[in-house]
Design a protein around this ligand. Structure first.
Ligand SMILES: Cc1cc2nc3c(=O)[nH]c(=O)nc-3n(C[C@H](O)[C@H](O)[C@H](O)COP(=O)(O)OP(=O)(O)OC[C@H]3O[C@@H](n4cnc5c(N)ncnc54)[C@H](O)[C@@H]3O)c2cc1C
Length: 454
């Protein structure tokens, strides 16, 4: 049987869900297909033994569009905000040092050496021009600031967001505001404080949020709104263009129907999107195939609070690669949000792997939790073995905005422009953060709605 819809969304992660919801709101007859038995993609909150675990993202920054969406879905009173001044730490030697979060703290921090302070002053009072071609994050920090800054702060920060390798990540694609700042003002600091006229965005107070019942609350609310238009356990396998310019998409799984739709929005990771679109135009395959992903293991450990001597007074800590540990960092979940662990217990989530240590995610669950415990125990003065453990391995956790990413996206956009009615949304386009995915999905829904109504 062939189903008919004005728009088909392929993929029910946060990008696809938000896009389908916005299309439905715009009175577009929409259908969403998701290959797995649940919605949400990598957003997955699970309650187990009194712990509330986040198997994927631990929290998110509530951008203004994300806040509006929560309010619209009646979720505003379920949003939780982490203590705004929760300190963040970085491992230096065998100690956790506080990360400076304000300009005065930066200049007095023992983490920042003299050469970095001089470089910062040079940036504030001088003028520089970014190189013509793409530049890696590592090359950018060395050129503008210093090697210690790269090692102690930027590298760990990059692994916190992308689980990425600063030697490979493109500063233009991964941190466009830094590139824009230098282009517009000749200085990172001046450019970040006063962006160029065309780049003005409303200033947002960065907050760290989740929901009382976990990140998946947003997914469930969107899923409820879309219940009658969602096909779970259903994979899109083939796509071709029909004579009237609409698209025919074959499905496999809980239904073997196919769909005919004027607009198709691909909200799938690049390997899937590339294979599907490659059927329409083979030249679309390579740019999708060349987007690398970092594998990440998420290891959540529960301890009796009395067995943890160090105060868990903050967000958690990140680990520079030069420290020689395999863990990338640890989030102190139960310090940030209530209800994450039973009374008297602490929940700590450690990340392992990333672009600089893919082999780590091939360890067994037992090896991963043993290693995470072995490496965090001395840093947090933990005297006992964990009372609880959960390990999730994401073989393709986060897309890497590596050198050439901008060119890859430009090639994709150019090829796709030959197929009116086809759209892309997802975390490889405008940033991997949940807020960025929501923003991009809403923008794509506006375009797709206009196309479907034409
Ligand atoms: C371990 C980890 C930690 C993170 N931490 C944070 C954080 O702290 N803060 C933050 O903001 N972000 C974080 N992120 C990033 C953020 O969670 C993701 O970038 C975002 O959720 C991706 O959403 P998406 O919808 O674009 O992709 P996905 O969630 O990957 O969804 C894609 C969907 O497409 C489906 N699909 C695939 N093939 C098909 C097919 N053929 N047919 C139909 N459906 C298909 C998949 O099953 C999946 O559900 C983290 C991510 C990970 C993995």
């Amino acid at each position: 049987m062939t189903r008919h819809a004005q728009a088909l969304v392929v993929g029910g992660g946060i990008s696809g869900l938000v896009c389908a919801y916005a299309l439905q709101k715009a009175a577009i007859e929409v259908l969403l297909v998701e290959t797995s038995a649940r919605l949400g993609g990598v957003i997955n909150s699970v309650s187990r033994d009194g712990y509330l675990l986040e198997l994927g993202p631990q929290s998110f920054s509530a951008t203004s569009q994300l806040r509006s969406l929560c309010a619209e879905l009646g979720l505003a009173n379920q949003l939780l905000e982490a203590p705004p001044r929760a300190p963040r730490y970085v491992l230096v030697g065998d100690k956790l040092e506080g990360v400076p979060l304000s300009p005065p703290a930066f200049f007095t921090s023992s983490l920042i050496d003299g050469s970095t302070k001089w470089a910062l002053l040079r940036d504030i009072f001088g003028k520089s021009v970014p190189p013509e071609g793409d530049e890696s994050v590592a090359a950018f920090v060395r050129r503008k600031f210093s090697e210690p800054l790269l090692d102690l702060l930027v590298g760990p920060f990059v692994s916190g967001i992308y689980a990425g390798d600063p030697e490979k990540l493109s500063v233009r694609s991964a941190f466009p505001r830094l590139h824009e700042a230098e282009t517009a003002r000749g200085s990172i600091v001046r450019g970040m404080l006063r962006p160029g006229k065309s780049k003005k965005r409303p200033r947002e107070r960065p907050t760290l949020n989740t929901f009382r019942a976990g990140n998946e609350t947003l997914v469930r609310a969107l899923g409820n709104k879309l219940a009658s238009t969602t096909l779970l356990g259903t994979r899109a396998t083939n796509v071709y263009r029909q004579n009237d310019g609409s698209y025919h998409v074959s499905l496999e799984g809980n239904t073997n129907d196919s769909v005919s739709a004027k607009s198709v929005i691909f909200a799938t990771p690049t390997d899937v999107t590339g294979k599907l679109l490659g059927q329409l135009q083979p030249s679309l395959r390579p740019p999708f195939a060349s987007v690398e992903y970092a594998a990440v293991a998420v290891v959540s450990l529960g301890y009796a609070q009395k067995d943890v001597s160090r105060s868990l007074d903050g967000f958690g800590f990140l680990v520079p690669r030069s420290a020689g540990l395999r863990i990338l960092g640890t989030v102190w979940n139960s310090s940030l949000f209530p209800g994450r662990a039973p009374d008297g217990y602490a929940l700590l989530t450690t990340f392992v792997g990333g672009a600089t240590d893919a082999a780590a995610t091939r360890l067994t669950h037992n090896e991963l939790s043993t290693m995470a415990h072995r490496e965090i125990a001395p840093l947090l003065s933990i005297r006992s073995h964990p009372m609880f453990s959960s390990v999730t391995i994401w073989p393709r956790a986060l897309p890497q905005y590596n050198l050439g990413h901008g060119d890859r996206l430009a090639t994709i956009a150019e090829n796709l422009s030959r197929f009116p009615g086809l759209f892309l949304t997802g975390n490889y386009l405008r940033g991997p953060a949940i807020g960025a995915c929501v923003e991009q999905a809403l923008a794509v829904a506006r375009e797709a709605a206009a196309a479907a109504q034409r």
